[in-house]
Write a protein that binds this ligand. Structure first.
Ligand SMILES: [Cu+2]
Length: 635
């Protein structure tokens, strides 16, 4: 094995290329363990795609829309009919118990009109006792740690022997991903709160260390009140029309809470960054729609859960890259996995659904809501064709995280659309001219795709045309120009790296964010290290994101995510030298998350225009939950 400079210098041990894929590789090698549902036993395309309705409001006033949202536990038919149902945690409106769903209904918001959202943690039983998590919580990570009490919350616990999973009350805090937020409403990872339950154990912290500060700030800024077991956020929506998404962001638990189902889309419409009605395929679901309304704009929220034969969601409760020993002998987390790929694909909460489509144009708001799976999507005629398969219908990419691209981008030939965890793409597919009965397939050719299961996403079945398509063909669309970002007045360097175990070669102890030292080497920093990124209010900065992860067959992109801002992807350059490449055509709009490939410097530029404490991190959920996140402060 050839060692690079970076491999030799990270942490106490050398990391081989295989380390990054140890989880899925071991799973594949050992086959499905007892109790796991074989993905190949699940029939595909038998469930019609569920289209998330618009979330009902609790009140609308002259100046704002108010939502009363909560997280609850419920059972849902994710697998096809005839299979057992699955426990999920889902958001919904407390005004209507039938609205709880995983993923959630879509919040429809208007540019420059305020939304106020109450997020209640109602993960309690009917008798008022807290509900434990149904996925394995690793209490040895740097996490919310309610059992630590007010002195030990949000810190790493000291264990003298390896503990089992944490089974106490579940902390939650919601982040609106991509939002131009104030710090009180950004879902800071230490602003979590437990449900109001009868049996919270004595000594437990019931809120995170930042909760009370933001409670006061939200009251002072927006006049909203936080009470026990909830927070209330207010957004001015003073940003471009786009699809944001809301999801849990609790310190060290997001991978579990989002996999459990706590996510939904938040569509922002109107303003100078949107197109007038009629140009794009529509309508999308709106509040108060009658049942049976036909939609030509709809979300595709893609995730990759695994299941047990009893219908419950499967996530390993042991570290698949290392069988032990753990505490106190080594520094390897006993339950967490660095990169766990699920074995199925769900869209809007069902495995491999079918969508009946008319021979006309559709607008799909795509979100990769999976934890670590990097998708490459295309529409093909033959789902069994070897990758890269020929595209049957081009994806016309018109927008991404921060709104419209400068111009529509047609992906044809054999080019698929890469969609990394948390990225959103706004896409038009034109089914015009296809005969009723025709089948087309949305497939995934991402690096970890498995033929027959995770390489398949969903099917389209063409049905007779019901309504004339008056939308503009995508090649003729004139899109509103993205926000212009000024020249940067400061360049800073940040790093993404992984820390190998001091005890075992090729096993990862944690992932880290940090800075870059003067000799071009990573300087990994922990969450509690002094702040290093402190942009001045109103300033524009160029951030160089250096990905020092090991190179080789197992190399993966990290997903760089910056809160508060929509940035411009400027370019990428190999750390060891080589050609500088510009952003991909579909990255030419504004972004809040982007690929940060191994061995590359990824440069992004942003204007920091709200004071406050925010975070930047890798958006692979399994990484951000084990230290790959840093606070930053706009001053
Ligand atoms: Cu990462």
């Amino acid at each position: 094995m050839k060692l690079t400079r970076r491999e030799a210098l990270i942490g106490g041990a050398v990391l081989g290329a295989g380390a990054a894929i140890a989880g899925p590789r071991l799973l594949a090698a050992s086959g499905a363990t007892v109790g796991q549902l074989d993905p190949n036993s699940i029939p595909q395309f038998v469930t019609e795609l569920w289209i998330p309705p618009a979330m009902p409001t609790a009140a609308t006033t002259k100046t704002y829309d108010r939502y009363s949202l909560a997280a609850r536990s419920l059972r849902q038919q994710i697998l096809p009919k005839g299979f057992p149902s699955t426990q999920v945690f889902g958001f919904g409106s407390t005004t209507n118990a039938a609205t709880f769903h995983a993923p959630a209904y879509t919040v429809e918001a208007t540019v420059d009109r305020e939304t106020r959202l109450t997020w209640a943690n109602q993960l309690v039983s009917s008798s008022g006792d807290y509900l434990p998590h149904f996925l394995p919580v690793d209490p040895t990570l740097h996490w919310a740690n309610p059992p630590g009490g007010t002195s030990g919350r949000d810190k790493v616990s000291k264990f003298t022997k390896t503990p089992g999973p944490y089974t106490g009350p579940v902390p939650l805090v919601t982040h609106l991903h991509g939002a131009h937020a104030y710090e009180d409403s950004d879902g800071y990872p230490e602003a979590w709160y437990l449900p109001t339950a009868k049996n919270i154990p004595q000594g437990y912290a019931t809120v995170g260390s930042q909760y009370y500060q933001y409670k006061e700030e939200a009251h002072a800024r927006a006049g909203v009140e936080w009470t026990s077991g909830m927070a209330q956020f207010a957004f001015n929506n003073d940003q471009r029309a786009t699809s944001l998404w809301y999801h849990d962001h609790t310190l060290g638990m997001a991978r579990l809470n989002i996999r459990a189902g706590l996510l939904g889309l938040y569509n922002l419409r109107g303003g100078v960054g949107d197109l007038p009605a009629g140009h794009l395929p529509g309508p999308a679901p709106r509040r108060g729609d009658r049942p049976g309304t036909r939609y030509y704009e709809l979300p595709l929220i893609i995730q990759d859960p695994s299941f047990n034969t009893n219908g419950s969601q499967y996530l390993p409760a042991t570290n698949l890259s290392w069988p032990g020993p753990y505490i106190p002998t080594t520094d390897i987390p006993p339950i967490w996995n660095g990169l766990y790929y699920g074995s199925t694909i769900t869209v809007n909460g069902n495995t491999w659904p079918n969508l009946n489509v008319e021979p006309r144009r559709y607008r799909f708001r795509i979100l990769n809501g999976s934890a670590v799976r990097q998708l490459t999507l295309k529409v093909v005629a033959n789902p069994h064709a070897a990758a890269p398969a020929p595209v049957a219908l081009p994806l016309w990419v018109i927008g991404s995280d921060g709104g419209f691209l400068p111009r529509p981008v047609e992906l044809s030939g054999k080019t698929g659309l890469p969609v990394l965890p948390s990225e959103r793409y706004d896409v038009i597919v034109d089914f015009t001219g296809h005969k009723p009965g025709t089948h087309l397939y949305l497939t995934n050719e991402g690096a970890a795709a498995t033929a027959g299961s995770t390489a398949s996403v969903m099917r389209f079945t063409v049905v007779p045309l019901k309504g004339k398509d008056t939308s503009t063909p995508p090649q003729h669309l004139a899109l509103p120009a993205p926000v212009v970002i000024k020249a940067a007045t400061k360049t800073r360097q940040v790093s993404l790296s992984e820390t190998g175990s001091n005890f075992q070669v090729n096993v990862i102890s944690e992932y880290t964010c940090g800075t870059v030292d003067s000799s071009g080497l990573p300087n990994p920093l922990g969450w509690d290290d002094p702040l290093t990124e402190r942009p001045k209010l109103g300033s524009t900065e160029l951030w160089e994101v250096w990905n020092f992860s090991p190179e080789g067959a197992g190399a993966i992109s990290h997903v760089f995510h910056l809160h508060l801002v929509q940035f411009e992807v400027v370019n990428r350059e190999p750390i060891d030298g080589g050609p500088v490449t510009g952003p991909s055509p579909w990255e030419l709009g504004r972004k809040d998350s982007c690929s940060s490939p191994t061995g590359y410097i990824t440069r992004v530029r942003a204007t920091f225009d709200h004071k406050g404490l925010f975070v930047w991190h890798c958006h692979l959920f399994d990484h951000e939950d084990n230290s790959m996140m840093r606070p930053y402060q706009v001053t």
